[in-house]
Ligand binder design. Structure first.
Ligand SMILES: *Cc1c(COP(=O)(O)O)cnc(C)c1O
Length: 363
């Protein structure tokens, strides 16, 4: 049996008719950018998350970039972010000329809340939490720290659609929750798309201005903004999928449950779930000291895997200028050498799941 790391095509065929009908409706409408699909999606997604406002954008990176810009965070400012995140989280900070200050993760792969306060300086303006792999971060502690030190809080929810901490959705704990709808995300579009959510009307209005060349009134430009508009086709298709997000998430939970129950190889460490946190399994990440041997073994069984992520941002060529070196963040660096994402996607069959479990147990 062949089991790929991901199967986006199955996510399309699951609701093929609805997607095709919506695509045709938009194509025939004659209106393609910032129209009623976008405003309807913004309303529906805000309501799903439990925020007052949602602003549709062109990507998750844009959401992060424009979020920090809207908060006035830039040159000379520091933002604390976990060291083991996807590099886009860090780029959202550095595109604004602000400085990322890396924090080691905890055993749940999220920012270690106990290590944040030591990193706060006179220049610290914000904390960016990333609910990595779909599991909510320790929001009680992090919110308290931000309040105490008067710091802005931003959430990177690119992997955590529908994930809650103590019953409250990720994205609603902070000044701005940033989402990506890249096709492989739990709520995926059929191309690039993103959004922010917020309870602050001024932030929502500023984000709408920033996404449209810094313009609130046509041809009157206040600041140098971006072209980061969510298009009607993606917004329409996202509305279709959002309608089914509950069942799509439940399906992932079932697969995660089967993996947690079925995988029992002592060489493999299973993901842990924090008390009070949901894991919506954007990725199901196992840990193995012989990770590279495991990848080869699984490849021989035609099972695809992905490493999220092999090079931590502080060691990436892009961030050489920050002057970090190997050994600066040992926990993060160890994760980069040992973590492995096994197949996890909607419409994965029970036979495929069992094949993966059996292969892992036989390793
Ligand atoms: C995917 C992702 C992003 C970037 O989203 P894009 O839509 O690809 O720009 C940012 N942060 C995290 C954690 C992600 O997984």
């Amino acid at each position: 049996m062949k089991v790929q790391a991901n199967r986006l095509d199955r996510g399309f065929y699951k609701y093929q008719k609805e997607f095709e009908d919506k695509a045709l409706e938009v194509l025939r409408s004659g209106w393609y950018v910032l129209g009623k699909e976008v405003s309807s999606f913004e309303e529906e997604f805000a309501s799903y998350v439990g925020s007052k406002y949602c602003v549709g954008l062109a990507s998750g990176l844009d959401a992060l970039w424009l979020a920090f810009k809207a908060l006035g965070i830039g040159k000379g400012d520091e933002v604390i972010v976990q060291a083991n995140t996807y590099i886009a989280s860090v780029m959202g900070i550095t595109i604004n000329d602000a400085t990322p200050v890396f924090c080691e993760p905890d055993e749940y792969y999220n920012i270690d809340a106990d290590k944040i306060e030591n990193l706060i300086t006179d220049k610290t303006k914000a904390v960016l939490v990333v609910h990595l792999y779909g599991q909510a971060s320790n929001m009680d502690k992090i919110s308290k720290i931000c309040k105490k030190h008067n710091l802005r809080l931003v959430e990177d929810c690119a992997q955590s659609h529908g994930s809650c901490f103590k019953g409250k959705m990720t994205g609603t704990f902070s000044d701005i929750g940033c989402f990506s709808f890249y096709p492989s995300k739990n709520l995926g579009a059929f191309g690039d798309a993103g959004a922010i959510v917020t309870d602050d009307l001024k932030i929502a209005e500023d984000m709408k201005m920033l996404r449209n060349y810094g313009s609130r009134v046509r041809y009157y430009n206040e600041v140098v903004g971006a072209n980061s508009r969510l298009d009607e086709l993606q917004a329409g298709l996202l509305r279709v999928r959002l309608n089914h997000l509950k069942e799509l998430t439940d399906e992932r939970l079932e697969i995660g449950e089967r993996y947690l129950k079925g995988i029992n190889n002592p060489r493999i460490e299973l993901p842990k779930i924090r008390e009070g946190a949901d894991a919506v399994w954007h990725q199901f990440v196992i840990k193995c000291d012989d990770r590279d041997e495991l990848i080869e073994y699984l490849k021989s069984k035609e099972i695809g895997t992905i490493i999220h992520y092999p090079i931590p941002p502080h060691l990436s060529e892009a961030y050489e200028y920050l002057g970090h070196k190997e050994g600066d963040y040992p926990i993060t660096e160890n994760y980069a050498k040992t973590v492995l994402s096994i197949p996890m996607y909607n419409e994965m069959t029970v036979e495929e799941q069992q094949y993966v479990i059996d292969a892992l147990n036989a390793f």
